[in-house]
Design a protein around this ligand. Structure first.
Ligand code: ZN
Length: 93
């Protein structure tokens, strides 16, 4: 997982789409992302597309500093229910 391929581009996350209303317990899941692409365009990704792309080695980074490893998007399972969602890696502060 931690293979360093310096030439690999990353997608900068512009916005995160969540399903705020879904759960009685008040938590939410990520439904998709909008990103700034390495070629300068923009893409909207569904949750499934993001997880698939990450498994293929793509990187999704929140914010403008790709060297901040804490800002990488990672797939996870919701801690409160069995649904898949995304989490932003724990920031080191
Ligand atoms: Zn949940």
């Amino acid at each position: 997982m931690a293979s360093t391929r310096d030439s690999l581009p990353w997608y900068v996350v512009l916005s995160i789409e969540k399903d705020h209303a879904a759960e009685p317990s008040g938590h939410s899941h990520v439904l998709g992302l909008a990103t700034r692409d390495p070629d300068g365009g923009e893409t909207h990704w569904t949750l499934v597309q993001v997880i698939s792309a990450i498994r293929d080695g793509e990187r999704f980074v929140v914010g403008e500093d790709p060297d901040d490893q804490g800002a990488a998007i990672e797939p996870t399972v919701c801690p409160q229910c069995p649904r898949a969602t995304l989490v932003v890696g724990t920031p080191t502060r």
